[in-house]
Write a protein that binds this ligand. Structure first.
Ligand code: KIV
Ligand code: ZN
Length: 387
């Protein structure tokens, strides 16, 4: 029996921190419904102390969602935690997520606090949050640039204060996969009672490594991943949910855990988030990009037509696409061309007619990025006219 990997979606909180991605209460509720349908374990709905609007959004999500845990973010301050506790009152299952920075640069330059003061504030915050719920997550912000000994002290103290999930953020996306995996292993080995809590990770994508770092952490014992739909998030974004979920599912030979996500809901979720935020998904984006399951070259098309597994490690249908796609372009071969004609119900009289049509298709493909079905109809009727 494999462990459960908890999927914590923060599209509505860290995702919303993408410049230009702010969402109304109704939009957050629509996205939360889709996340619940997808069987996300924890939905971080927002930062209730940030504004009255965000408080109302978190409250609306908490009141509506039944099957997922709803989480609200709070700085390690009583007034922030009170707002989160209030917003989450109606939740079937609620979580407060409190955080304070632990890296030397953040403590000295931003917080202007000593390490001992930071520990004291973290402990007080966790105890305060426990007045509202026994589901409390603590994050040492900028853990990826914090000192290991100090991180261990902070985390040991917050476990004693009642934290149930310890989330390790690589806030500025600075870590390398092996380094980040080792950090998680060291923390688990060095902190007393670490087996009583869930280790979580929260990786940013400044160097394009958010997914790789998260997966390395999972290999080293993290059992919650914080991620967002389409990798939306502050600056270069967060680890993308669809990539994490499908990597763990596709490489079950490597991972000792599995998620409870209904992957067929991934594409609808991606499209919804893209339409709500106006952030387009790049065509070559893994899993949800328009080209993720599209084949253009003749060699690949021929392989896929014979056996999909030659060039597909996942099934398009498993993540919500209706099918994979053969794109006809200048690299395409006769086999894919013939197969598309058959799909379109176009019958050519003879092999010679097919060869002539294929030659015309290649001429056209040199002038156009992609050949559409209408082009094929036109091309074949020209062919018939020429006969
Ligand atoms: O990136 C970060 O450190 C965060 C924390 C609030 C978890 O978003
Ligand atoms: Zn973040």
């Amino acid at each position: 029996m494999k462990d459960k990997l908890i999927i914590f979606d923060t599209t509505l909180r860290d995702g919303e921190q993408s410049p230009g991605a702010s969402m109304t209460r109704e939009e957050k509720v629509r996205i939360a419904k889709q996340l619940e349908r997808m069987r996300v374990d924890v939905i971080e709905a927002g930062f209730p102390a940030a504004s009255n609007g965000d408080f109302e959004s978190v409250k609306a999500v908490a009141d509506m969602v039944k099957d997922s845990t709803v989480c609200g973010l709070a700085r390690a301050l009583e007034r922030d935690i009170d707002r989160a506790g209030e917003a989450l009152k109606g939740a079937n299952s609620g979580r407060i997520h409190t955080f304070i920075a632990t890296s030397p640069i953040h403590m000295e330059k931003k917080l202007r606090m000593s390490p001992d003061q930071v520990i004291e504030q973290a402990v007080n915050a966790v105890k305060w949050a426990r007045k509202y719920t026994d589901n409390v997550e603590f994050s040492p912000e900028d853990a990826g640039r914090s000192e290991l000994d100090f991180l261990c002290r902070v985390l040991e103290a917050v476990i004693a204060a009642g934290a149930t999930t310890l989330n390790i953020p690589d806030t500025v996306g600075y870590n390398m996969p092996e380094q980040f995996g080792t950090l998680i292993r060291n923390l688990r080995e060095r902190i007393p009672n670490s087996d009583k809590v869930i280790f979580s990770v929260h990786c940013h994508n400044d160097l394009g490594l958010a997914v790789a770092n998260s997966l390395s952490a999972v290999i080293n014992g993290a059992r919650q991943v914080e991620c967002t739909i389409n990798g939306l998030g502050e600056r270069a974004g967060n680890a993308s949910l669809e990539e994490i979920v499908m990597a763990v599912r596709t490489r079950q030979d490597i991972f000792m855990c599995e998620t409870g996500i209904d992957a067929t809901q991934i594409l609808p979720a991606s499209r919804l988030v893209s339409s709500v935020t106006g952030f387009a998904v790049q065509p070559n984006k893994a899993i949800v990009g328009a080209n993720a399951f599209a084949h253009e070259s003749g060699i690949h098309q021929d392989g896929v037509l014979k056996n999909r597994e030659t060039y597909e490690i996942m099934r398009a249908e498993d993540v919500g696409w209706s099918a994979n796609k053969m794109v006809l372009g200048k690299h395409s071969g006769r086999n894919a061309f013939r197969s598309r004609l058959v799909e379109l119900g176009i019958q050519l009289e003879s092999e010679d007619a097919l060869n002539a049509a294929f030659a015309r298709f290649k001429e056209l493909a040199d002038k156009k990025h992609e050949i559409f079905d209408e082009d094929l109809h036109a091309l074949v009727s020209d062919e018939t006219a020429n006969e």
